[in-house]
Write a protein that binds this ligand. Structure first.
Ligand code: OGA
Ligand code: MN
Length: 293
């Protein structure tokens, strides 16, 4: 195989298939470098037919940085804690009951979010392996937050530049009515709230993008409560228009690798009590806290 990784765009502004790469073969450093470069200009990369083990998945991820442990302890794979199990099925193969803490937590990925926005240093990127995928539903939507920012009018750009947003992992739990009410909501590593710029500069490309994560955002530091929430809602509605969003229909053993510094994502609903969806994710630790525009 040559060092060349060729591409095919699946949407005008986001979502690119990378062809000519196999994660099960020896990880040729030149090819890894080619992927790193490609990823900077194509923040959602899709690799088809990658029937990898969890160890191969983790080995691939480590080329891009250190791998995070997810704060939700019960969603880490028991043999490989670096794997976060995004699934409605437990490790013994049983469908998670509708009211289990484990399902209610995963169910929140149906909302738009950016992975690890609750950390002081949010993750650089995520790599998701589709192991059992569905004939309908359970697609993943990805929004290009560079373009969403670029397409704001100048007045709004000026208004939001310099604003700071508070993010909290506890907010994720509060979004689920059922989890919210419980004394025991599952076991999570403790994470204090953090503040991040609303417009961030990508540390490698130098380009500005909107930094939204509706999962974790509790308000804007410089604006009174409701005013901040209303502004965030306007920006979320803007950023999730079809023209900025790629809709990924999973095939078995697709691996999708996205840059959390300039995208956001959400899962489309599926029947989680009769269908099985098993996805394994690694998450790459960020290099630094988000840089304000
Ligand atoms: C994730 C997530 C997407 C999916 O892994 O971060 O939100 O398609 N899941 O399950
Ligand atoms: Mn996610």
């Amino acid at each position: 195989m040559s060092d060349h990784v060729t591409t095919r765009n699946l949407h005008p502004v986001i979502g690119t298939e990378a062809l000519g790469y196999s994660m099960t073969r020896h990880l040729d450093p030149q090819k890894i470098d080619a992927i790193k470069q490609l990823w900077l200009s194509h923040p959602v990369l899709i690799f088809r037919n990658q029937d990898i083990s969890d160890s191969e998945h983790i080995e691939f991820a480590r080329h891009f940085g250190e791998v995070e442990l997810h704060p939700s302890i019960s969603h880490r794979a028991s043999n490989n804690p670096e794997i976060y199990r995004v699934s409605n099925v437990d490790e013994t193969g049983q469908i998670l009951p509708q009211q289990s803490n484990e399902w209610l937590y995963i169910n929140l990925s149906w909302r738009w979010h950016t992975d690890s926005s609750f950390r002081q240093v949010p993750s650089k990127g995520s790599i998701l392996h589709g192991i059992e995928v569905l004939p309908t539903g359970g697609d993943t939507l990805f929004a290009n937050m560079y373009i969403a920012y670029e397409e704001l009018d100048d007045k709004l750009k000026n208004k939001i530049t310099g604003l700071t947003v508070t993010h909290s992992h506890d907010h994720i739990l509060s979004l689920s009515n059922n989890l919210h009410r419980r004394q025991n909501r599952g076991e999570y590593t403790k994470l204090p709230p953090v503040a991040h710029p609303l417009v961030r500069i990508h540390p490698e490309t130098g380009k500005p993008s909107l930094f939204l994560s509706p999962h974790t955002m509790t308000g804007i530091v410089q604006l009174p409560g409701q005013q901040g929430i209303t502004l965030l809602d306007t920006l979320i509605a803007h950023a999730t228009q079809d023209r900025f969003v790629y809709h990924h229909r999973w095939q078995p053993h697709d691996v999708v690798m996205w840059d959390n510094r300039c995208t956001m994502h959400a899962v489309t609903p599926f029947d989680n009590q009769t269908q099985r969806r098993i996805m394994h994710r690694t998450t790459i630790v960020g290099d630094e806290a988000p840089i304000a525009a």
